[in-house]
Each structure stands twice: as structure tokens, then as C-alpha cells.
Design a protein around this ligand. Structure first.
Ligand code: CP
Ligand code: NVA
Length: 319
């Protein structure tokens, strides 16, 4: 695929701050088209490498199907099976893969490695989750809320109850960019990174989003238009399982917490869920759960991302 302009990466959700509204519009349009059976291959022949250092169900499947819908294909690599696992550098891996593929999605333990891959790749690199952010997840989450709130995010408030992790980082930034108010409740010691909070505050100053932080899940949930949680033990944090389950006691999304929110509030979870820990069966399987649409929307949001980052084939009208 010919590349006239410099390549763009999606390492942080802030990398698509300017295009966020149009990206969500495009994702929604493609979702509706797909429901009618229209999978117009706008990026024929596009090859997407998927490098995963950690397990995945949704991200892998949705990226592979996204590439296929657009007329291309995904090529999955478990990082441990690559020469990376035997000492080949990230830089050399990036240089070589860039000779074959049109983009690389990378799920990494360390954000620094994500940056290193992007620095040496001549094709776009997409963060498929690392220890700092999970931007593709939050694009799907914002799409899920946009479908439910067609009049926009202004005046709506989401409450995030849980760990100040990669998901919360991208959510803070995504809400701040989008003008969606976010109330966060995390136990002491599990706050989001200060530099992410500072960056989110800068975006919020422009968009008008109100970002608030508390230790009390009930205070965050009260009157909110949506409740969001994530696992208490992220991939890589397994050694802290016992301490974390103790610290997060009282931070569960259950019927009692949901009753404090607005009657039409939605519940979000990026999945995989640990039923009975951060969220109950009743809530997950209940009528307010937007969780399954959220998972589906990974596909539509990532199709829009691939279109944005990959040049349209020459001679074709830009999508
Ligand atoms: N939400 C998410 O990224 O799921 P996977 O780990 O299954 O990809
Ligand atoms: N915070 C979780 C998200 C999983 C999709 C993790 O990093 O494991």
C-alpha cells in the first residue's frame, strides 16, 4: 500500500483526540452498514500484524475480523513464539514486520516497549493494551454510550468504580476529550497515574468535562448515568491478587450500588469479568448492562481506526 503522508500511531487515545467525534460517527455508520450485510472492503489487501504478549479474546478476534471486513487480514503472533522471545530486539522486529504488513497492533506489558516498536516501525502501530492505556477499548466504550445518548455526552456523568489502571487511564482521557463528566472511586494506593490525571485535566479544560475523584463508590455512583468497572487484578498483577481483593472490598458493582445511579443508568465492563468480585451476576445479566454491545463495538471502532491510520488504496475515494 503506498504511503504519501507520514505514518500515524495510536499509542494513546489522545493520538486521535482531534478525530474522536468523526471516528465514532464512522464506526457507527460501519456498524449499521454491516447489520445490512454491507462490508465494503475499503482497505483491500491490508495486512495487520497482531503481536500479543498477554492473552486476549476480544481484542484479537475483533482486530482479525476488522481487517477481514476491510478486505485485508490479520496475522496473529504470540510474542513468546517469535524471535523476540529469544532476544531479537523490538526495533529489529519492527523494521522487519514493516516490510511485510501495513500496520501492527501490539499488546505489551510495558508502554515503553509500545513506544519502541512504534519508533522503529515505518507502519502505524496500534496499542492493543499495555500497562498505561487501552485506547481501543475506550473508543468502543464511547461508541456504546453514543448509541445510547444520541443527543451527546453533555450533561451526562459516568462513574468508574475500581482500579486506577490502563482502562481508567484511557477512560479519563477519552471522557476529558469528549466532554463527558467522569466520577472516579478508587481505594487508596490504586489511584490513576498523576501525569494521566494532569493530562486529562488539560483536555477537560477545553471540552468542559468535569472530572472528580473520591474514595467512596456510593458517592461516585449517586445520580450517575452510567457505572463502569474493570477487573481488580489486571494481567501482570496476579502476584498482588490477595492484597488487591482485600483493598477493593466494597467496590463491587451490585444491585445496591446500581440503585443509587439514575434509573436509566447503563453498566459497562470492558471484560473479561470476574463475576462475584468487581461485578455481580445480577448486574451483568440484568437489563441495564451495555456490556455485550460494548464488546461488539470493539469491532466497529477498530474498523474506523484502521481506516483512519491506513491510507486508502490509490484511485479510490477516501472513506
Ligand atoms: N477487553 C479486552 O481487551 O478483552 P481481551 O483481553 O479479551 O482482548
Ligand atoms: N485492566 C485489564 C484490562 C483487560 C482487558 C488488564 O490489563 O488486564
Amino acid at each position: 500500500m503506498s504511503r504519501a503522508s507520514p505514518k500515524r500511531d495510536l499509542l494513546s487515545i489522545t493520538d486521535v483526540a482531534a478525530e474522536l467525534p468523526s471516528l465514532l460517527d464512522r464506526a457507527l455508520a460501519m456498524k449499521r452498514a454491516r447489520a445490512r450485510g454491507d462490508r465494503t472492503p475499503t482497505r483491500p489487501g491490508a495486512n495487520l500484524a497482531l503481536i500479543f504478549e498477554k492473552p486476549s479474546t476480544r481484542t484479537r478476534a475483533s482486530f482479525e475480523v476488522a481487517a477481514s471486513d476491510l478486505g485485508g487480514r490479520g496475522i496473529y503472533f504470540a510474542a513468546k513464539d517469535m524471535q523476540l522471545g529469544r532476544g531479537e530486539t523490538i526495533g529489529d522486529t519492527a523494521r522487519v514486520l514493516s516490510r511485510y504488513v501495513d500496520a501492527i497492533a501490539y499488546r505489551a506489558f510495558r508502554h515503553e516497549d509500545e513506544i519502541e516498536l512504534a519508533r522503529h516501525a515505518s507502519v502505524p502501530v496500534i496499542n492493543a493494551l499495555d500497562d498505561r492505556e487501552h485506547p481501543c477499548q475506550i473508543l468502543a466504550d464511547l461508541l456504546t454510550l453514543k448509541e445510547r445518548w444520541p443527543d451527546g455526552f453533555r450533561g451526562k456523568r459516568l462513574a468508574y468504580i475500581g482500579d486506577g489502571n490502563n482502562v481508567l487511564h484511557s477512560l479519563l482521557l477519552g471522557c476529558a476529550i469528549s466532554g463527558l463528566d467522569l466520577a472516579t472511586a478508587s481505594p487508596a494506593g490504586y489511584d490513576p497515574a498523576p501525569d494521566i490525571v494532569e493530562l486529562a485535566r488539560k483536555h477537560a479544560a477545553t471540552s468542559g468535562a468535569r472530572l472528580t475523584f473520591t474514595r467512596d463508590p456510593r458517592e461516585a455512583a449517586k445520580g450517575s448515568d452510567g457505572l463502569y468497572t474493570d477487573v481488580w487484578v489486571s494481567m501482570g498483577d496476579e502476584a498482588q491478587k490477595d492484597a488487591r481483593e482485600k483493598a477493593f472490598h466494597g467496590f463491587q458493582i451490585n444491585d445496591a450500588l446500581l440503585r443509587l445511579a439514575a434509573p436509566d443508568a447503563w453498566v459497562l465492563h470492558d471484560l473479561p469479568a470476574h463475576r462475584g468480585l468487581e461485578i455481580t451476576d445480577e448486574v451483568m445479566d440484568g437489563p441495564r448492562a451495555a456490556i455485550w454491545d460494548q464488546a461488539e463495538n470493539r469491532l466497529h471502532a477498530q474498523k474506523a481506526v484502521l481506516e483512519l491510520l491506513l491510507p486508502a488504496p490509490s484511485g479510490s475515494a477516501p472513506a
